[in-house]
Design a protein around this ligand. Structure first.
Ligand SMILES: [Zn+2]
Length: 125
């Protein structure tokens, strides 16, 4: 079977994911500090393939947890083998964190939220 997805990460819906830029990223409400990793296929039955949770401390961003969900991982382990799938998915997560996420924008948003909270607290007291 050669359909172009051989040796590549794939979503259970059949969509081949060539590299980290293929994923869709969904920035959840900034207060929650979570980014959902979505399948690029709009009609995917799984949709959410993973997530990245982070914290903002003194204007520094810290990754708390980055992970793909079990159905996506299991699917790729079955196709590529555990070692290769684990390695490729880890690389994808790293690429998403390092290259795909607009951290400057997030930092800016977090700063705004903190400022709003500070001014609200000030006006309440
Ligand atoms: Zn999919």
């Amino acid at each position: 079977m050669t359909n172009g997805s051989e040796g590549k990460v794939q979503c259970p819906c059949g969509r081949t994911i060539n590299d980290a830029s293929d994923y869709k990223l969904l920035y959840l409400k900034k207060e929650q500090y979570e980014i959902d990793i979505l399948c690029p296929n709009d009609t995917c039955f799984l949709r959410e393939l993973g997530f990245i949770k982070f914290a903002v401390e003194d204007n520094n961003l810290k990754i708390l947890k980055a992970s793909f969900y079990p159905p996506f991982v299991t699917w790729n382990v079955a196709r590529l083998g555990k070692e290769k799938a684990t390695q490729m998915l880890k690389q994808h997560l790293r690429d998403i964190i390092n290259n795909q996420i607009d951290w400057a924008k997030i930092r800016e948003g977090a700063k705004k939220v903190a400022e709003e909270e500070a001014s609200r607290a000030a006006s309440e007291s």
